[in-house]
Write a protein that binds this ligand. Structure first.
Ligand code: MOS
Length: 720
């Protein structure tokens, strides 16, 4: 029985993507491709200063451009639009715009030009002149005016994990490490730009926009426009890249809705790539101080992790990755602290593995440095400090296969052949480096609701506002229903990505597969029960229809209701720590004279509970590993410190790897049976693949060169 296969074999069938054919033939319809009747086009005018006030708009020249229909500014939209923070203060909160004359950051939306054609709107936007009262802006850390605030002061819910007395234990430790690390600002740059299309029919609003949470977007826009959410419909059938950037509600959607209302036509916005850097969210730059104290045998005695993160002036967004780094290794004395540093920047938000990517770079670099100080193999150091209990709360992990991942990964990588001395492995002019690091990501499950039909013809239809953000959600859901109802996968159709459907939660934080699949399985099981009731013809009414809500064990009883209202929530598991783990390896070459760094092999071994579809899971994990390599060696948003302005806002200057930069990336799925994390035992793989790769590469650079680079990205100039 297929159902048993999922529970015991732990790996589902490798099924190709349901929508794969459409995507590779260019037939896939993304939100900005959906044809709408008689659209007008919007073009954004964004501020050219980072701090100050708008004194005056000069709009006559723009209005004179033929085809211009309307120009929205704070002066003529007053009261029609209000930026609201998202529930739970998630990304996009306080991305202020068009509310007043105030400028919070460079590239802030200050006007929306609407015209008959895109070209007319663009031309008119370039004719808008603005007089500003400009003030000196603060770009980032170390700049005058950067204001630090402890996260414990910024949020009443925030707790910095700590236990024991890290200061005393560090002072007494036989072997010590105290180092600073830094990661840069990064921007998601999905292929699909931050477009939106809005139209009104009889007072009801339809929004076509790629989203990771259609119910959240609906609720967010309802608050911004003071509307009833029931009068808003959001559609996002496919998403051309998200990575966190489409998890929250930003200002642009409500502004375009407002424009459409004013011109009484559908309005389509396709912002430029450069505008995407400031009208959406991003990963802010971080700094870290990590102090590790260990006994001679390698056992950790003290861990201190202090983090600093840039945020905007009005928002308190922070990722606070110390929640995770405090729990990776056994250590009796832990102290952590996170400080938000406010600057004149747009509000940051989720970007793939938001907390773990920067914070685990710091911790896993420090662990490698400690291994060097101890003259110990870095995998052995992790083995000595492996633990089956959360060191802060002293509760067990639902399951933890970190060392099984290291064993499988080291074996496949050939780690035993590594000469531990830096700079010893060579190939002609190239120094070869091998590095490794741990990966960890929380395994949360959220509430979800679903409607499922089984028709007498043996066809099943699933309706759930899940999100196909490129992860294979549709394929995984179809496969699960086929297995559970014992019908061919071709007989299953999946409707997703619409706020008219029961909510599937936010496709974020490695939670979507477990949230959605546990609800879908529940619906399948009630269909099977109905089928088994022998004295009742289950098809009497033409089909079996079930609606199922799944609230994870221990979850808020209102959590499905909250989802309909745009608020996702995850359970507080008092009895367990819930994480997925992995071990990541990198081989790279550093040229002896030019210091050019070339990746030659990436490998990751991951244990994430039940794998619903090894094809799409491997693809997720491989994508994460490539992104990790990108973060370690390529990506950085450059910021002009005088203007507080991003300067490389295009895909020519914002460096990302191409195929030639990643010659080999292997993914190993380590079997893991977790009966506690959720009924299907799913931990999720969306974020895990990126987490360890940053440090694995930095550690490989050290192994190749003997030079420890503690600031990303590592480019040849870091090594000269
Ligand atoms: Mo993920 S960064 O939570 O979309």
């Amino acid at each position: 029985m297929a159902q048993a296969a999922i529970r015991n074999g732990l790996i589902g069938k490798p099924r190709p993507r349901v929508e794969g054919g459409l995507k590779v033939t260019g037939e896939a319809i993304y939100p900005s491709d959906v044809a709408v009747p008689n659209p007008a086009y919007a073009y954004l005018v964004t501020s050219s200063i980072a701090k100050g006030n708008i004194r005056e708009f000069h709009l006559a020249a723009a209005r004179a451009v033929p085809g211009v229909l309307d120009i929205l500014t704070f002066q003529n939209t007053k009261g029609d639009f209000k930026t609201q923070p998202n529930p739970g203060g998630v990304s996009g909160g306080a991305t202020t715009t068009l509310e007043s004359a105030k400028i919070w950051h460079d590239g802030q939306i200050i006007a929306v030009v609407v015209a008959d054609t895109y070209e007319a709107a663009r031309e008119a936007a370039h004719h808008v002149r603005v007089d500003y009262d400009s003030e000196a802006a603060t770009a980032s850390f170390d700049n005058l005016g950067a204001v630090g605030k402890k996260t414990t002061d910024a949020s009443v819910d925030h707790e910095d994990p700590h236990i024991g007395d890290a200061e005393v234990a560090y002072a007494k430790a036989a072997v010590k490490l105290d180092a600073h690390y830094a990661t840069p600002a990064q921007h998601h740059n999905p292929l699909e730009l931050f477009d939106t299309t809005c139209m009104w029919t009889d007072g009801k609003l339809t929004i076509l926009e790629a989203s990771q949470f259609v119910h959240g977007l609906r609720a967010g826009v309802a608050r911004q426009l003071s509307m009833n959410p029931a009068d808003i419909h959001v559609e996002s059938r496919l998403v051309g890249g998200a990575f966190g950037s489409r998890g929250g509600t930003t200002a642009r959607t409500a502004l375009i809705a407002l424009a459409a209302k004013r011109v009484k036509r559908p309005v389509r916005l396709v912002p430029t790539r450069a505008q995407g850097f400031t009208i959406a969210t991003f990963r802010a730059e971080t700094r870290h101080q990590v102090k590790l104290g260990a006994a001679r045998d390698g056992k950790l005695q003290a861990l201190t992790h202090e983090g600093w993160e840039i945020s905007s002036r009005p928002a308190n967004y922070s990722v606070s990755g110390t929640d995770t780094t405090a729990r990776v290794y056994a250590c009796p004395n832990v102290a952590t602290r996170v400080t938000i540093v406010h600057a004149d920047r747009n509000t940051p938000g989720f970007m793939r593995a938001p907390p773990e990517t920067p914070y685990m770079f710091a911790l896993e670099s420090a662990m490698d440095e400690l291994a060097v100080a101890l003259d110990m193999d870095p995998i052995e150091l992790r083995r000595i400090n492996d633990t089956m209990r959360d060191p802060i709360r002293h509760v067990p992990f639902t399951s933890r296969s970190l060392m099984a991942c290291f064993d499988a990964g080291a074996q496949a990588f050939g780690w035993a052949k590594r000469d531990p001395r830096p700079g010893q492995m060579r190939d002609g002019d190239w120094r070869i480096g091998w590095g490794c690091a741990s990966a960890i990501y929380p395994a949360e499950t959220g509430a979800a609701a679903v409607r499922l039909w089984l028709k007498p013809t043996g066809v099943a239809k699933v309706e759930i506002a899940a999100h196909e953000i490129g992860t294979g959600a549709q394929t995984v859901i179809a496969g699960l229903v086929a297995d559970r109802l014992n019908i061919p996968v071709e007989k299953v159709s999946v409707e997703l990505g619409s706020s008219d459907l029961p909510p599937g939660g936010m496709a974020a934080g490695s939670t979507h597969t477990s949230s959605v699949c546990n609800a879908v399985a529940k619906a399948c099981d009630s269909v099977m029960r109905r089928l088994k009731q022998s004295n009742d013809d289950p098809f009497a009414s033409g089909a079996i229809e079930v609606y199922a809500e799944n609230i994870p064990k221990g979850g808020d009883p209102d959590s499905v209701k909250n989802l309909y209202a745009g608020m996702p929530s995850f359970i507080e598991d008092e009895k367990h720590a819930r994480y997925a783990f992995g071990a990541q390896f990198a081989e790279l070459r550093v040229h002896a004279s030019t210091c050019e760094v070339r990746v030659s092999r990436l490998l990751g071994a991951f244990a994430a509970g039940t794998i619903m579809n090894p094809l799409t899971a491997k693809s997720q994990l491989m994508g994460g590993m490539i992104w990790g390599a990108s973060a370690a060696l390529h990506e950085k948003t450059e910021i002009d410190p005088r203007a507080a302005r991003y300067t490389n806002t295009n895909l020519a200057d914002y460096l990302i790897p191409v195929n030639a930069d990643i010659p080999q990336a292997d993914v190993i799925l380590v079997p893991e049976n977790d009966s506690k994390v959720n009924p299907l035992g799913i931990k999720g793989v969306g974020e895990l693949g990126i987490v360890g790769m940053n440090a694995a590469i930095a550690n490989a650079v050290y192994h190749a060169t003997g030079k420890r680079v503690r600031e990303l990205p590592i480019r040849f100039e870091s090594l000269l």
